[in-house]
Design a protein around this ligand. Sequence first.
Ligand SMILES: [Zn+2]
Length: 258
Amino acid sequence: MAEGHTIHRIARDHNRWLAGRALRASSPQGRFRAEAARLDGDTLERAEAYGKNLFHVWRGGAICHVHLGMAGRFTLAKAPARSATDQVRLRLESAGHVAELRGPMRCALITEKQRRGIIAKLGPDVLRDDADPNPAWERIRRTRKAVGALLLDQGVIAGVGNIYRCEALFLTGVAPERPGDALQREEFDALWVLLRRLMRIGVRRNRILTLAALEPERASHDFRFYVYKRPACLRCGHSVRVSTLAGRTVYACPECQR
Ligand SMILES: [Zn+2]
């Protein structure tokens, strides 16, 4: 599943290579054909990421909302694109580049009011410069729900997915099952700063790097993470505990995370 860094990277690439240009829009798969016809020939004003949501704002007034969900992909290649297009929900083409959206959970034209409604339901997006962590802290400190579940709740913090959740909790020494109201403000601040740092690296490098970002000398092809999908903790050697929180598998070290 795409985490927030993927969406921010897509927005950045689309702003760089597609925005400000009149684009050809089509839906080779057919499920977005009428909408694509409305966009065809229009100029993309900007792409904007908010958590795991991508918004394309078009000069003609249309707004396209994309959520990749579990399996969606939005690829960008230099024109002409050569891959098969039968699964492409939305294809955007400039003189130099082709963007292709496959398998999204959602791809729809929405109104500005709907766009504001989607954003209003989200917590602060850790990757946005304007993000205020305080609303996330206020939600977390008032609930008995597990911190590991709260981090995946897009209404608490937007953009965090399972790998960043597991790795950030390990690096701050917080057990995923710890109730929100037992988290200290300093621990929350450390989590926020760490997520921001790691996910910004993720945007820049276009992949999730944790161990490789913080301790590159210890990382290799087979050792990319501290606890995520690891049999043993990279720090103390204790067996990594595998459980389920908020519907996703969580990995934690019972020794290093209390
Ligand atoms: Zn450990």
